[in-house]
Design a protein around this ligand. Sequence first.
Ligand code: FAS
Ligand code: PHB
Length: 401
Amino acid sequence: MRESRLGDAVNRQTKVAIIGAGPAGLMLAHLLTRAGIETVIFERHTRSYVENRIRAGILEYEVAALLRETGVGVRMDEVGFRHDGTNILFDGALHRLDFGALGKHVMLYSQHEVVRDLIAARLVAGGEIMFEAEVNAIENFNQGKPRICYRINGEAAELDCEIVAACDGFHGIGRASLPANLVREYDREYPFGWLGILAEAPPSMDELIYAHHDHGFALLSMRSASVSRLYLQCPLDADLAEWPDSRIWDELSTRLAHPGFSLTTGPIFQKNITPMRSYVAEPMQAGRLFLAGDAAHIVPPTGAKGLNAAVADAVILARAIEAEILTDDPAPLQNYTQTCLARIWKIERFSWLMTSMLHCFDDHSAFDRRIQRAELDYYVNTPTGRTSLIENYVGLPIEGV
Ligand code: FAS
Ligand code: PHB
């Protein structure tokens, strides 16, 4: 990045300005740096904050392969867990979905660990991440010479660039900067949330369990050999003060119960409630401004897709930027939205399907509940249904990888 002083604001320039040091922004910067394209990342939080933000846990097959192929998968293979299947529980019966049938697997490796690995790689490569730098405006992106206006250390500053990648999450400035008359939004909010816990308790299974129970959904996951990660469906207005450890463990034991299983409990050291939402904004671009990840779309975590969709957008955007800058081919960038949406809507469908199949809905009729059972039976107990569930869960192919 080159610096020059214009009046009070330091006027800096670079090729690609990336807003956000989450999975999308960090992966985009990582891929572009490997292609020799200059980037700067703006991140409003501190490094410590983003490296300790607990979120997703599952990496799709191709995302895990991408980390390995681009030199940031070593720790994942050292401390992560390879999972060759997952489990769906309903009517007290456990059904295992064997990913090996498709020759694939997923990795259980926390999002904040991926973020740590990508930040470390960027700093080793000499890439710049401006932490505690809040972008407050994106100018001229429709006039071909975008300018980032940001504040850092209490000072206003600007950066001119050729492309802006808004990887700034659902509440970022990128989507808000698109012309309002251009954006079409598709939105569904679910009438429940997930109460998520981290506990000092060895995982009670070596793979995940997605449980459908008359009391509500439950998910058994893990973070290490001594830390369990579990979730249970709860009302949107649930008050954590009314959920002491004992009640949480009792409810999880009920919802996860099946022959030969016992839930190992332990001190809960983190509790939170996450709302559930499906959302897509179209298009994902305007002029030289491009959205990637949660900036453009979010999914309920039932399908373990949020992090993986963000990385997939970054791969598609990186390939498109490389095509324009390195081979003077503008078409992939012009078609960025179309390429991403073809995959995103399949991810939205799968995440909606897993959420609709596995959760309890207060407004469900007796007919609705029988249809739900039929859906579970079809996707778990028929070869075509099972294959469909597995290929979506381990991850659809990412164009450009
Ligand atoms: P991110 O939100 O990760 O990153 C955006 C970054 O941009 C942030 O660091 C933010 O500080 C920065 N930023 C925003 N505005 C800025 C500005 N103006 N200037 C500078 N920086 C700015 N997904 C799953 O698959 N499984 C899960 O279990 C799961 N659990 C989740 C729990 C919670 C509470 C949340 C919020 C999400 C969860 N997700 C889960 C989804 C999550 O993993 C996202 O899909 C993923 O973080 C998306 O990555 P990014 O698009 O990079 O956005
Ligand atoms: C997690 O381990 O946090 C996790 C795993 C699978 C999901 C959602 C969350 O579908």
